[in-house]
Design a protein around this ligand. Structure first.
Ligand SMILES: C[S@@+](CC[C@H](N)C(=O)[O-])C[C@H]1O[C@@H](n2cnc3c(N)ncnc32)[C@H](O)[C@@H]1O
Length: 283
């Protein structure tokens, strides 16, 4: 079977032992995005928060989303920031230590250490494409959500930045063509997994363009990605030259950035997977 580079345990462990790779990518997006509303602010604006809620952000990384969600930090009853990387949780715990309502927890999405029906909102921001057993992850999220609770799953499109980078690396002969189909949980394909579990699933898209003026920054971004780990560092100069040439031909390196979120409501009645099984709990 083909190695799915986005789900390789050893590579993920290395990549997310701390937040350095995430920070390279965050700064790149901050520097080159053209959409006036940044992606994290857009995510926060689209989540139906209310005062007093219990919220879980699973696979939260270093918790950077909450820089844009600060106004909710006082109003939520409880915010659990969880990740299966110990390094990330250590960072979170010191970063948010002044907030009594925030807890950092080491947890795997496939086996959540929380009681059934605990949370009003569960967020999985840019992480489900790393999960090998998606079915287990979704069933755990469904379990810990309150009835009528909301699950927010964000991801990228098959046709945005990641595919631009994949295609460029393939054109350069630095990646094999088989790598193209290795990601399952995209904006185009994620809905079918979610619809089986949650009754009601809505897709919202976030469209943007990156206008990159420095090829070195794009090379740093590429080397920060789990899915590019097979590319040797010795190819860095070649990659920079490739994008420099593109910039000289086209004036700027313009890359589509297509992200978005699935808003899923936990509705037993219309859940294909859990409707009949859990019906007795609500009727
Ligand atoms: C691409 S980062 C996203 C981090 C953060 N949500 C953000 O958007 O900045 C993916 C995160 O998911 C975490 N992760 C990967 N697999 C996980 C799993 N099975 N359970 C919990 N966290 C996981 C990684 O440690 C990493 O912090």
């Amino acid at each position: 079977m083909m190695d799915n580079l986005m789900q390789n345990k050893e590579a993920l462990h290395k990549q997310y032992k701390d937040s350095s790779a995430l920070e390279i990518r965050r700064l790149f997006h901050k520097k080159y995005s053209t959409n006036k509303t940044d992606y994290d602010s857009w995510i926060i604006e689209n989540i139906p928060f209310c005062k007093g809620q219990h919220v879980l952000d699973i696979g939260c990384g270093n918790g950077r989303l909450w820089d844009k969600g600060k106004k909710w930090l006082e109003d939520l009853e409880e915010l659990v920031l969880a990740d299966n990387s110990e390094g990330m949780v250590t960072e979170i715990s010191s970063r948010f230590q002044s907030y009594a309502s925030i807890k950092g927890v080491i947890a795997d999405i496939c086996s959540l250490p929380f009681p059934t029906q605990k949370f009003d909102i569960v967020i999985a921001n840019s992480m489900l494409y790393h999960v090998e057993k998606l079915e287990n992850a979704l069933s755990e999220v469904f379990r810990v959500l309150k009835p009528d609770g909301t699950f927010i799953a964000t991801t990228f499109s098959k046709y945005g930045l990641n595919s631009y980078i994949n295609d460029s690396m393939m054109k350069m002969g630095l990646l094999p063509p088989s790598q193209k189909s290795s990601v399952d949980f995209t904006l185009e394909d994620g809905g079918k997994y979610l619809r089986d579990v949650f009754g009601d699933v809505e897709l919202r898209r976030y469209d943007d363009f990156l206008e990159v003026s420095k090829a070195e920054d794009l090379a740093d971004y590429i080397f920060s990605m789990t899915s590019m780990r097979s590319i040797p560092l010795s190819a860095r100069e070649e990659i920079i030259r490739y994008f420099e040439n593109k910039k000289n031909d086209e004036g700027i390196i313009r890359i589509p950035k297509i992200y978005g979120m699935f808003l899923c409501r936990k509705m037993y009645k219309i859940s294909r997977k859990y409707g009949p099984k859990f019906a007795s709990e609500i009727f």
